[in-house]
Design a binder for this molecule. Structure first.
Ligand SMILES: [Mg+2]
Length: 359
């Protein structure tokens, strides 16, 4: 395994309720076997996963030692063992999971979505606006709509007055788009209810994670009483979480992210639970490059239960170091025809990075 930490500055700082991000600081993972290289990416958000670039590098070294001499085709067994070795390091496990999937699907000479038994389908993504002033939100919303996006995701979390003004500004700037919002655990249940009652007039699709991740009862109360549907994001990392949330009536919407689920296998498992519970789900991301976003798009092709897409993670980066991979045209994702994942870091970018090799 080769491990490449990287940093890509963002065009503007990205503020959410729990942290402000200035750079996409992640790790590329390369796994070589039989003359083929599979690529994966870890993009940790410390306030969500409790992982950072350094913890990902150290976890990957442990996974690399374990993977030496193993058969990549035994993917599920290998990933389950990674979970046994480092149960909470889901971002690091995601890098291994995606690299192994890229490796085996390239070896089978199939696009990853086809190796997974999926179908090509239209994937319309939103574009996200962080916690910014209303004037900036309004002009960003108008710009996003003019680029052909039909959905805007807006971050909430700095109080009812500011949240209301920001949503109102987005609605003024882009009267015809769908709006979804995300409070990133900012509120207790009563404050969340006040915010949702306030913004409901703007016809909001749903609100991600209005309450703390552990406040399943609060989420349930909002699910039953709030005028805007609620979606679990930070509360739902795994299929077990999704099963618990659905079976206890806490919500009917969950947000799947590969860096929470430990990659594609975990993400597909959540999809099966959502399907069994007659719920709906979104696929989102952290601040991945187009490599990580491409992996999410392949997962999206495996199950119609993935209905909403928030696959704009790379769009705030100052440069794009990825060869191949998905392209976004007028808000729709083109996944391409390449075998495997179809995306890899450019040689030019890799040559600038330090590399830890375990073999
Ligand atoms: Mg979210």
């Amino acid at each position: 395994m080769r491990i490449y930490p990287f940093d890509i500055p963002l065009v503007k700082p990205f503020k959410i309720a729990t942290m402000t991000n200035h750079a996409a600081s992640g790790v590329f993972v390369a796994i070589d076997a039989g003359g083929v290289t599979g690529w994966g990416e870890c993009l940790p958000f410390h306030a969500i996963n409790g992982e950072n670039q350094g913890t990902c590098v150290e976890s990957l070294k442990i996974f690399a030692e374990f993977l030496i001499g193993k058969n990549a085709l035994e993917l599920r067994h290998l990933i389950k063992t990674c979970f046994q070795l480092m149960p909470t390091q889901t971002t690091a496990i995601c890098g291994v999971d995606v690299a192994l999937h890229d490796l085996v699907s390239q070896s089978a000479n199939l696009p990853l979505w086809a190796w997974l038994g999926g179908s090509q389908r239209e994937l319309k993504t939103d574009l996200t606006i962080g916690i910014v002033d209303p004037e900036e939100a309004k002009s960003r919303a108008a710009e996003i709509a003019s680029q052909g996006f039909e959905v805007i995701k807006l971050k909430l979390g700095d109080g009812l007055a500011n949240d209301y003004a920001r949503v109102e500004a987005v609605r003024e700037g882009a009267p015809d788009v769908d709006i979804r919002v995300d409070a990133n655990q900012a509120y207790d249940r009563e404050a969340a209810m006040t915010v949702l009652e306030g913004i409901a007039e703007f016809n909001i699709q749903f609100c991600e994670q209005p309450v703390k991740r552990g406040d399943w009862e609060g989420l349930k109360w909002l699910h039953n009483n709030a005028p805007v549907p609620v979606m679990a994001d930070e509360s739902c990392f795994s299929a077990q979480d999704a099963f618990g949330l659905f079976s206890r009536g806490c919500c009917s919407l969950v947000n799947v992210k590969l860096c929470k689920s430990g990659g594609l296998l975990g993400g597909a498992d959540i999809g099966s639970v959502v399907e069994s519970g007659f719920g709906k789900s979104m696929i989102g991301g952290m601040a991945e490059t187009r490599l990580g976003v491409s992996a999410s798009a392949h997962l999206a092709c495996t199950n119609q239960v993935f209905e909403f897409f928030d696959l704009d993670a790379h769009m705030g980066h100052t440069f794009d170091p990825i060869d191949g991979g998905i392209q976004i045209v007028s808000g729709s994702i083109n996944i391409g025809e390449s075998v495997g994942l179809g995306a890899r870091p450019s040689s030019e970018f890799l040559n600038k990075l330090s590399c830890f090799e375990v073999k």
